[in-house]
Design a protein around this ligand. Structure first.
Ligand code: GDP
Length: 335
């Protein structure tokens, strides 16, 4: 039986990956901060996994965990994952997102050199990319504290691979969402608000940049890609993406449609509004509070390398994902 250690096991990706690895007969051990060990994401697998309290930012606890367990595979999914928050908490972001992975790599090198390592890297390392879609060869130049911290980790993975022979792969993950996405992210904020509006619990939703676009995939498809990366002969970096960019405004259209509401748009800039075609009621407004100091709004990834070399396949389309999220939030709120 293979042993996997998942950091950030209580998060969206960690919990989906834990379920997936359990289905592959793995022994699954999670590293999670105390406050996350009772997360509802892992409620249904609580008795099948082991949880160790710890923090990737704390080298001693990481070293001890790796030494004691000597896992076959480590998936590093612990992160300060909200880009907008990285402006308010740049140092926590760096400790967790930049130094955390280095703590794991160094622990592997010292105590468990046969352990294979997966690092959740990100499209944010590209900043304002010149190529579209982005590939594994696209020039890297992050422009957010989140992306800069993740780039440090990305390059350290390459360094440990080249200099110490550690099997370490980066998944350059484009945005991936699900019913388990935190409500601070725009997709879940929209699905949750649409459900609340539909049930008469909310009047309207306020969003930031409606023209921002992201390449949004479905998280359970992405954790399978992570697993595939560690089943290869050699470690390498792979983009996981859909190749299809969608604007925030269009995400709204599809989410509202999933709840039977057709939107039409009026005005522009801060005055733009999404209006219920049937009733004329304003359901979406723009609020500058949700704009970012700087960001890229042209992320779109080319997943060809993962598709051909890993045989990675996505099973859930964008529209199916939005539908799932809205239906899930409707069910949750009805309860
Ligand atoms: P990110 O790509 O990891 O930063 O994921 P988010 O879901 O936080 O943001 C995705 C995009 O949606 C970004 O370009 C945001 O600027 C944009 N956006 C527009 N309105 C909002 C909002 O109200 N909340 C968030 N989180 N993002 C918004």
């Amino acid at each position: 039986m293979k042993k996997a250690l998942i950091t950030g096991i209580a998060g969206q990706d960690g919990s989906f990956l834990a379920e997936f690895l359990l289905s592959k007969n793995y022994e699954v051990i999670g590293l999670a901060k105390k406050e996350f060990t009772t997360s509802e994401n892992i409620e249904n697998i609580q008795d099948k996994i082991k949880i160790i309290n710890g923090d990737v930012a704390d080298f001693d606890s990481v070293l001890k965990t790796v030494k004691d367990i000597k896992p076959d595979e480590i998936y590093n999914l612990a992160a300060q994952s909200f880009v907008a928050d990285s402006w308010n908490n740049p140092s926590i972001t760096a400790q967790c997102n930049a130094l955390g992975p280095v703590n794991i790599l160094e622990s592997i090198k010292r105590e468990s050199p046969n352990t294979k390592f997966f690092q959740a890297s990100t499209c944010e390392i590209f900043g304002k990319p010149k190529d579209s879609p982005q590939t594994e060869e696209t020039a890297i130049h992050p422009i957010t504290p989140y992306g800069i911290a993740k780039l440090y980790a990305h390059l350290m993975v390459e360094t440990y691979r080249k200099n110490y022979g550690v099997f370490a792969s980066c998944g350059i993950l484009f945005n991936h969402e699900s019913e388990r996405r935190g409500k601070q992210f725009v997709t879940r904020k929209i699905s949750n608000s649409v459900a609340s509006i539909k049930l008469g619990l909310l009047d309207h939703i306020e969003l930031g940049n409606l023209n921002s676009q992201r390449d949004w995939g479905y998280a359970p498809d992405y954790v399978k890609g992570m697993y595939l990366m560690l089943q290869q002969e050699k470690s390498d970096d792979f983009i996981l993406a859909t190749g299809k960019p969608v604007k925030v405004r269009d995400f709204c259209n599809i989410a509202f449609l999933s709840a039977g509401i057709e939107l039409e748009w009026e005005g522009s800039g801060l005055e733009e509004k999404g209006i219920d075609k049937k009733t004329g009621k304003t359901l979406v407004k723009v609020n500058p509070k949700f704009f970012r100091p700087t960001e890229s709004n042209i992320y779109v990834g080319n997943p060809q390398k993962a598709e051909t070399q890993l045989n990675w396949k996505r099973e859930v389309s964008f529209e199916q994902m939005v539908e799932k999220m809205v239906q899930h939030d409707l069910e949750l709120l009805k309860k």
